[in-house]
Design a protein around this ligand. Sequence first.
Ligand code: GDP
Length: 372
Amino acid sequence: MDNKIYCIGCGVEIQSEDPKKQGYLPKNVVEKSEDSQLVCKRCFRLKNYNEVSDVELGADDFYQLIKSLSKKDALIAKVVDIFDFSGSWIEDVVDIVGNNKDIVLIANKLDLLPKSVKQNKIKQWLFKVLKEKGIKVKDILLVSAIKNQGVEEAAVRLDQLRNGKDVYIIGATNVGKSTFINKLIELTSGDKNVITTSHFPGTTLGMIEIPLDRATSIYDTPGIILDYDIAHYLDAKSLKLVMPKKEIKARIFQLNAEQSLFFGGMARMDFVKGERQSFTLYASNLVEIHRTKLSNADALFEKHLGQMLKPPFEDNISIFGKQVRKSFKIDNRKTDIVISGLGWITVNSDSGCKIDILVPEEIEVFVRESII
Ligand code: GDP
């Protein structure tokens, strides 16, 4: 017997177990309803409050969803968190939707970067990453959804680029996709009643539709949790410290070779070789940095992980107990070593140096030309 109920808005199966997953509706609402014309909480919020909220998909379902986009003649707007940018996920998505799609990259959370970061440098860096990966995008738009910076310009640009077609907005969880779409809704819907949710017959993909005009729409899609991002492994208490809320302040350390810096207990930088020089750290202001001699670093980590070296906290060490060494040879150009989800270290070395980053294997670490 099939007693499953589907949301009449987005078509996904209604469930009452997990508020973060798609199709959620509290049990008492489901039980009280007399017919099967139910909408999930996400569609309900859109319909009644003109507000989208993020829901998560498992990786398989997410890639299935992305795959379905490859068949549509539409503009795909990919939202990324500029502070927590990982090229890998862009690559994955483009592999699936194909390189002949119209893609625009929306880099959000501009407000978190120090004011000294030049916007054109960020754009250059992003274009370079995409080029190296062989990915073509129509444009890169820098915004701060929360501060409403660049959102109006982005709306105008999206409208030009879509050329009368639909727009699908995709993004990983926490990049600010909902915040961005909600700002777009505010801008585009003079008449708040235009917001509807509509069902894709024959699919259970959980996209929801926000009409732009009579013929075309923006579609909000569920997000995915990326497993190479530090945020994936931290509990709520730790995330509050690690995800910056305010503009990041640079922290400068003068180090000799064979000194180490700990980012809480999440990552460690070993200055292996090179002349005395300064290292500038950019991470949430609430993450404590500890300095020690390289020769003491292992022992310190073993003794203090979860206590002095936190986050992570003692009761939830997760993957952080086991670190691997990722080595980087830095030349004399100003370089950022980026630890996905945590921040970056700017190295400005006259004569080059050797740096090791110790992190759990799962966490992505990469270098880029400095954006400062
Ligand atoms: P989603 O999961 O991608 O839909 O992301 P949300 O829109 O729910 O945002 C995730 C978190 O990032 C929330 O705490 C937001 O307040 C925050 N956020 C969203 N946009 C911005 C932004 O432009 N700047 C900053 N600093 N935070 C943002």
